[in-house]
Design a protein around this ligand. Structure first.
Ligand code: PMP
Length: 637
């Protein structure tokens, strides 16, 4: 620094420091993480995801196209080898075969034959569901995406996590130097240089007056191209815990069905809230109360967009999916259910979607009926049809099974229930991080999920309910916040959602959930869905080659979960041995005892995938399980 840039006291001027910091950041690769100190430096723009109030500061345009993309491979009818979406850093079908076949031959078992049925998005019913869902969603213009798009960040030049055999082929997650350069100067990469719009700045810290922003390669993100890929190596850098070492090894997190890890933007958002916004909401009339209220209600709006609900009044913040289901049982259920009324659930349910209904039935003299599943773990619709009758008041089922991973035909189940006049609750706890949730398309009456399963904090969740239904239902808890007027004789309740949010809610974590939703939107749930589907196929193929391993749950339409038992080993032994190798999976009954018993087991080992997992994670799992099976000790750390 030149001495003329120093103040009289020998200290640099704040403006000069600010400029230097900006120069420094603009020269560095970033992780879409909000690493920039949010309000520490005057004049340095806070990460857009962390602005006071949690509202996006413009410029969501480029990432939105990725979010709303309807991948061409959905319903394309192409052979699998061509239909497999490219550019996710995952091997193609042909490469999968090549990779799996030699191992399979070694094991003298059949190589993976990934039949068309394995691609659920090629299944006609599912295609229709996806297509309609995407169309409905694309009509919604309010998708905020304030966190920097991971696609837009300079990728690491570290080696690919994929296909360690031989040199990593192009397009497998390993960016070349020229690709790195191209992200900074797209015109050199043969991309049509996008106009210099600060709103499209790939680096949030470059969105500052006077800073030249390289063009944004929006051409690769257009709707319908199927190219809404994300770079797995970059995404992983947004999740600091993935760098954690466990038992001397780098953590391999495959317990996503239990809870998901949090990206930096969520962690930073919570910190920002407590540093700059913390206050109780609604009541006080001071600046921080206004900030906290804006942030909280802003998060509600983000959830509304995420679920495609018609109104933010339909979004009730609760503690999690469990509380959401109990809320419906204890409010609507107690109000409307009577003797001999019937509730239908499925065999796949988590205890959270069994016990509250049992309790209600015991209290009201109502009956609980259960839809059976077939040997693959799929709901048997014909049997469901037989259970439905005018006595059916409620159908409550999971969209994705936590123990098996089965994706249920939600739209069909809902429509059939409505045909007999029943209300429907969808347990979306395992679905929201993998599938597009569109409550208007589904037409469910309630939808429940937990924030911690979708990269948000624990202790916050959501109950969606149709507005009229929520307003005609009496609250289940009384107290502050939920009232309009109280006398000793009488209390008037607020309309929804207030009537169901008695007391001080989990304000900060609701705001954190909003940041998690921004992050998911930024990547795009359809891109996530496709990537995970490929990864699930990859993992399924490899696990099947392990002698003595039995997969529990083999439905063609599955998400994330790979439950299995290993001949000769207790599930807890397998879980503990994997943990010694730094691999986190759940072993046990997964709070879904009835469905495991349906398959003749009391417990299973349950690896479960999220979009930040990669083939290396799967490889680590598979080689560990092989080693356990062969009785060998783990390699020294
Ligand atoms: N439903 C399903 C399908 C689940 O997987 C879970 C959590 N494992 C729940 C409900 C309950 O979620 P929470 O414990 O976050 O309330």
């Amino acid at each position: 620094m030149h001495t003329s840039e120093l103040s009289d006291a020998g200290l640099p001027d704040v403006d000069i420091l600010t400029r230097m910091v900006n120069q420094l950041f603009s020269a560095l690769p970033s992780s879409a993480s909000g690493e920039l100190p949010s309000a520490a430096l005057p004049g340095v723009q806070a990460p857009v995801g962390l602005l006071p109030g949690g509202f996006p500061a413009g410029a969501p345009d480029a990432p939105i196209s990725a979010t709303l993309a309807v991948p061409e491979s959905f319903g394309s009818g192409l052979p699998l080898s061509e239909a497999a979406p490219q550019g996710f850093g995952l091997p193609t079908e042909a490469q999968l075969q090549e990779r799996i076949a030699p191992r399979a031959a070694l094991q003298q078992t059949a190589p993976l034959t990934a039949g068309a049925a394995l691609f659920y998005f090629l299944e006609p019913e599912r295609v229709a569901e996806q297509a309609v869902s995407s169309v409905v969603q694309s009509k919604f213009s309010g998708f905020p995406s304030p966190v920097p798009n991971p696609l837009a960040v300079v990728p690491s030049s570290h080696g690919s996590d994929f296909l360690k055999v031989g040199a990593a082929p192009a397009g497998f997650g390993l960016p070349s130097d020229s690709e790195l350069l191209a992200l900074l100067t797209p015109s050199q990469f043969g991309m049509s240089a996008a106009p210099q719009r600060s709103g499209n700045a790939p680096f949030y810290f470059l969105r500052q007056p006077g800073v030249q922003v390289p063009g944004w390669p929006a051409s690769g993100l257009q709707s319908g191209t199927g190219a809404a890929a994300f770079d797995i190596n970059l995404v992983r850098r947004d999740f600091p815990i993935l760098q954690e070492r466990v038992n001397g090894r780098q953590l391999v997190w495959l317990d996503n069905a239990a809870t998901t890890q949090k990206p930096n933007c969520v962690i930073e958002r919570l910190k920002y809230f407590y540093q700059h916004e913390n206050s109780n909401i609604h009541r006080a009339a001071h600046e921080l109360a206004a900030r906290a209220t804006d942030a909280y209600e802003g998060a509600r709006e983000k959830v509304r967009g995420f679920l495609n609900a018609a109104s933010a009044n339909e979004i009730v913040f609760v503690r999690g999916a469990t509380e959401a289901i109990n809320l419906v049982a204890q409010s609507w259920g107690r109000q409307y259910l009577g003797k001999d009324d019937e509730i239908i659930i499925s065999w796949l349910e988590h205890h959270a979607n069994i016990v509250p209904w049992q309790q209600l039935c015991a209290e009201k003299g109502a009956k609980l009926k259960v839809i059976p599943v077939d040997d693959n773990g799929q709901i048997v619709l014909d049997e469901y049809a037989k259970l439905l009758s005018p006595k059916t008041r409620l159908v409550s089922f999971t969209q994705v099974s936590n123990a098996l991973g089965t994706i249920t035909p939600a739209k069909k189940i809902i429509d059939m229930a409505h045909d007999v006049g029943a209300k429907v609750l969808v347990d979306g706890a395992q679905a929201v991080s993998h599938l597009r949730a569109d409550v208007q398309y589904l037409d469910c009456d309630w939808y429940a999920f937990s924030g911690h399963k979708v990269f948000g904090p624990t202790g916050i969740g959501v109950l969606y309910g149709k507005e009229a239904l929520l307003n005609e239902t009496q609250p289940w808890q009384g107290g502050g916040n939920m009232i309009k007027d109280v006398t000793f004789e009488h209390t008037q309740y607020h309309q929804a959602p207030g009537r169901f949010e008695a007391g001080t809610g989990n304000i900060a974590d609701a705001v954190g959930l909003g940041a998690a939703i921004d992050y998911v939107n930024c990547i795009g749930i359809d891109a996530i869905n496709q990537y995970e589907h490929q990864l699930l196929l990859y993992a399924t193929g490899l696990l099947k080659t392990i002698p003595g391993l039995r997969l529990i749950g083999t439905a063609p339409d599955k998400a994330s979960v790979l439950s299995f038992v290993l001949e000769g080993f207790k599930t807890e032994e397998v879980g503990a041995a994997l943990s010694r190798d730094g691999i986190a999976v759940r072993s046990g009954h997964h709070c879904a005892q009835p469905i495991l018993r349906r398959f003749g087991v009391e417990s299973s080992v349950r690896p479960s995938l999220a979009f930040y997992n990669n083939c290396a994670d799967v490889d680590a799992l598979v080689s560990s399980v092989r080693r356990i099976k062969s009785g060998r000790n783990s390699a020294p750390h």
